[in-house]
Design a protein around this ligand. Structure first.
Ligand SMILES: Cc1cc2nc3c(=O)[nH]c(=O)nc-3n(C[C@H](O)[C@H](O)[C@H](O)COP(=O)(O)O)c2cc1C
Length: 332
């Protein structure tokens, strides 16, 4: 079997509802939460209990925290440490202007000393597995990246996830996956790779490559079954150590999955989040369909989960051929 699969932290997307949906198929080894604002957590924001919900598998959920200064992040880590979880991750990769301006996200990568001090302080607050998720840096400079990561390692960091693009690149150009292997050779702690995995075949291929874990984000929104599918591809390729494997039907009922996601939002997210979280998810999930843009537009105009369920019902009534997605791995 290849290395572990991780669900990426994605704001407004990596919440309990998505985890429940993916767990139905299995094979995702760990789930990162969306970034939790250190400031909001400490000041006891009204939605914090939703952000800190690690269901349905607390021992496989990694909290991600984002914040602009050392004391704030360290205090947030102390709070998160009180919850059952698999580990705590610090966001050093977000390049959204609103986050970077405050000194959070990828801005931590501007100074090795400041980031090193952060890890030293945070290390004192938790004995849980401590990781960072980062980009290549503010510039495309591998030597700087390696020096940065070595320093964090020397301060007690346990793991790294690299999304190998610079801050400015956002989602432009293909992720430089060769940096994952190079970074792995430069540090002693495990390095997970992340970025641009397009399908289950690529996920399985990356998992047998030069990295300690593979993280996928947008692909898992389009195909919540993709981790299970990748494990089946590994099995078909005769990789050792794979016995029963996760559940993978011969075809996926996309209509049922869409409705199920709406139900999960209703159960596991506050009402105030329903519309925004549904819009976010369907912006990716709808890419399964021939009429993706049309359907996204229709859903985007609706507020409330039942209105969106109505749009889905009409779409599948008019396009029944879009309902079932065949999983090819069964035919090999
Ligand atoms: C909508 C969206 C929200 C994201 N939010 C976060 C976040 O909260 N924390 C983080 O570290 N990265 C965040 N990312 C980056 C992803 O974790 C990941 O690094 C990126 O999407 C590349 O992986 P992918 O090609 O598998 O999607 C976000 C990405 C997207 C598309």
């Amino acid at each position: 079997m290849g290395v572990p699969f991780l669900l990426a932290p994605m704001a407004e997307l990596s919440h309990r509802g998505l985890r429940e949906l993916i767990e139905k198929f299995g094979a995702c080894d760990e789930y990162f939460t969306e970034m939790i604002s250190a400031g909001a957590l400490i000041s006891g924001g009204p939605f914090e209990s939703w952000y800190t919900d690690t269901g349905p598998c607390p021992d496989r959920v990694v909290y991600q925290v984002a914040g602009p200064d050392i004391e704030l992040v360290a205090a947030a880590v102390s709070l998160l440490d009180q919850h059952a979880c698999a580990g705590i991750d610090i966001n050093m990769g977000c390049s959204a202007p609103g986050i970077v301006r405050t000194g959070a996200g990828v801005r931590w990568m501007a100074s090795i000393d400041r980031a090193g001090d952060l890890i030293r302080q945070v290390r004192k607050r938790t004995r849980r597995r401590l990781s960072v998720k980062l980009r290549t840096g503010l510039e495309d400079d591998f030597e700087y990246l390696a020096a940065f990561c070595k320093r964090l390692e020397s301060e007690g960091l346990d793991r790294i996830t690299l999304h190998p693009r610079t801050a400015k690149e956002k989602f432009k150009r293909y992720a430089r996956w060769e940096y994952v292997g190079r970074l792995r050779s430069a540090v002693r702690i495990p390095v997970a790779g992340n970025g641009d995995i397009a399908d289950a075949g690529e996920l399985a291929r990356r998992a047998s490559g030069d990295c300690d874990a593979v993280m996928a984000g947008r692909l898992a929104l389009r195909s919540p079954w993709v981790f299970a599918e990748a494990r089946h591809i590994e099995k078909a390729a005769g990789m050792a150590g794979f016995q029963d494997g996760p559940v993978l039907p011969a075809s996926i009922d996309l209509e049922e999955l869409g409705f199920e996601f709406l139900d999960l939002l209703a159960r596991y997210q506050p009402k105030e989040f329903h519309t925004s979280r549904a819009h976010r998810f369907f912006a990716y999930f709808c890419d399964n369909f021939t009429w993706a843009t049309y359907l996204k537009n229709l859903l985007g105009r609706e507020t409330g989960l039942s209105a969106m369920a109505g749009v889905l019902a009409v779409y599948f009534r008019d396009h029944p051929e879009e309902r079932l997605k065949k999983i090819m791995v069964h035919e090999r």
